[in-house]
Design a binder for this molecule. Structure first.
Ligand SMILES: CCC/C=C/C(=O)SCCNC(=O)CCNC(=O)[C@H](O)C(C)(C)COP(=O)([O-])OP(=O)([O-])OC[C@H]1O[C@@H](n2cnc3c(N)ncnc32)[C@H](O)[C@@H]1OP(=O)([O-])[O-]
Ligand SMILES: NC(=O)C1=CN([C@@H]2O[C@H](COP(=O)(O)OP(=O)(O)OC[C@H]3O[C@@H](n4cnc5c(N)ncnc54)[C@H](OP(=O)(O)O)[C@@H]3O)[C@@H](O)[C@H]2O)C=CC1
Length: 256
């Protein structure tokens, strides 16, 4: 546990905040005193999540697709109208599907690149221009994936996440002049709603192939996100932190 008021009155946007890791990050931010905005495509589910989160503190839902520039701009306008500022952006929305590289169609490739690379970029650039650069302060956290040794079985997301890893390094330098910190979190396999998208055989006995012999929890990812966005991490920027029980360093993970 961190101190109670660690994020007091910080205005935080969590993309994909209606479920899984994003929901837990939003929840933790509220518990540490922040004002939280969540965004995702499915409006009803998003509103239901915000209603539940509101029991912990001020939480607002703004529906939008990170792949659509005008919808991202609309999210920024809403935050500006309601809070007048944004302190922290968590780029968590994303996802992909498992497929042998040779079978991925051009549309399938583009869908995953758009979601994880382009969508993250639109969000990052628009929030920086609308808030962080004029404010001369901001912190960005990108949730990517474990692509330390490539991503066999999901080449599209490996490429997209490696792109975000590089954006993280580049902007840490380029936007340091605006007092913007930017870091990434690379989760291994986390027990969350996202895993329901995968066939059970892909995940069978997967914890045996992780050195710590278990999956991660959404709370563990959220704790890392809170640390990185807090003043405790004020001298950390351009870093990607793996939270994977050692998976990246050892053995095979998926059959492919
Ligand atoms: C376990 C490892 C650790 C990682 C865990 C996590 O990340 S957990 C987080 C997990 N959470 C998530 O992943 C949630 C978010 N994920 C998503 O929304 C989707 O996976 C998305 C990224 C593809 C976006 O979808 P969209 O609405 O833009 O896509 P669309 O429907 O318009 O299709 C466009 C093209 O993609 C093709 N295609 C699509 N699915 C499949 C498939 N299963 N199979 C094959 N192909 C597939 C589809 O056929 C089409 O190509 P076509 O036929 O025209 O040539
Ligand atoms: N769980 C795991 O083991 C791992 C997860 N990750 C990554 O962590 C992040 C969160 O995963 P997790 O919580 O498990 O999965 P979920 O599927 O539960 O969360 C994905 C969230 O992103 C939102 N989303 C997806 N695409 C878009 C879009 N184009 N625009 C706006 N919102 C979008 C979804 O909401 P909606 O459908 O309403 O748009 C949903 O809330 C993802 O980027 C995932 O790929 C990475 C490695 C491992």
């Amino acid at each position: 546990m961190f101190i109670k008021d660690l994020l007091k009155d910080k205005v935080i946007l969590v993309t994909g905040g209606r479920s899984g890791i994003g929901y837990q990050i939003a929840r933790s931010c509220l518990l540490y005193g922040a004002v939280v905005y969540i965004t995702s495509r499915k409006e009803e589910k998003l509103k239901a999540a915000a209603k539940k989160l509101k029991e912990l503190g001020p939480c607002y839902a703004i529906a939008g697709d990170i792949r659509a520039v005008e919808q991202v701009q609309n999210v920024a306008e809403h935050i500006k109208a309601l809070s007048g500022r944004l302190d922290i952006l968590v780029n968590n929305a994303g996802g992909q599907f498992p497929a042998p590289a040779q079978d991925i169609s051009p549309n399938g490739w583009n869908a995953v690149i758009n979601n994880n690379l382009n969508g993250t970029w639109y969000m990052t650039q628009i929030m920086a221009k609308e808030f962080f650069i004029p404010q001369q302060s901001g912190s960005i956290i990108n949730i990517i994936a474990n692509m330390f040794r490539g991503f066999p079985g999901m080449v599209h997301t490996g490429a997209a996440r490696a792109g975000v890893d590089n954006i993280t390094k580049t902007l840490a330098v380029e936007w340091s002049r605006f007092n913007i910190r930017i870091n990434a979190i690379a989760p291994g396999i986390i027990q969350s709603t996202g895993l329901e998208q995968y066939p059970p055989e892909l995940l069978k006995d997967v914890s045996d192939r992780i050195p710590l012999k278990r999956l991660g929890t959404t709370k563990e990812v959220a704790d890392l996100a809170v640390f990185l966005m807090s003043p405790m991490a004020n001298f950390i920027t351009g870093e990607t932190i793996y939270i994977d029980g050692g998976q990246r360093l050892w053995g095979d993970v998926f059959e492919f």
